[in-house]
Write a protein that binds this ligand. Structure first.
Ligand code: CA2
Length: 146
């Protein structure tokens, strides 16, 4: 059976490529999906990519992933720095979790240096632009092949 990776994106990432290109670049979430689909194909993985501005929706997708996904790649956006609830949901997921940030959060404001999600993540990407999602997919492919 083909294994599925959930790629979850948090608040405001629907604006990717439309605003603040100096921080987040010019590519859109559709470009991220196309990049990740290409890597998924190399590893024989399927993917489901979602974005929501609602914390509860992100949590519901993480719960759903417990039965339906082999791994989770998550850019929780601002929820990274605020949400114990997202961390608790990820702690109830058994497979690999990779946290992705498009920007290099440690070079930015101090409030972006703290991540609740990193307490659960098996790997963290920051500052690679949208390529970070593709690198995360490759790492996920390698982890699941072991
Ligand atoms: O660098 C990242 O990927 C972030 O997760 C993005 C979040 C930010 O709160 C995190 O600290 C770092 C913000 C997502 C908002 O995305 C936008 C994209 C384009 C235009 C406006 C917002």
């Amino acid at each position: 059976m083909t294994r599925t990776i959930y790629i979850l994106n948090g608040p405001n990432l629907n604006l990717l490529g439309l605003r603040q290109p100096e921080i987040y670049g010019q590519d859109t979430l559709a470009d991220v999906q196309a990049l990740c689909e290409a890597v998924a194909g190399e590893f024989g993985l399927a993917l489901r990519m979602e974005q929501s501005n609602w914390e509860g929706q992100i949590i519901d997708w993480i719960h759903e992933a417990r039965d339906k996904a082999a791994g989770i790649i998550i850019n929780p956006a601002a929820l990274t720095h605020t949400s114990v609830a997202v961390l608790d949901a990820l702690n109830a997921f058994d497979g690999p979790v990779i946290e992705v940030h498009i920007s290099q959060v440690h070079k930015r404001e101090a409030f972006r240096h703290k991540s609740y999600v990193s307490l659960r993540a098996d790997a963290v990407m920051a500052g690679f632009g949208i390529e970070g999602y593709a690198l995360a997919m490759r790492h996920m492919g390698g982890l699941l092949a072991k």
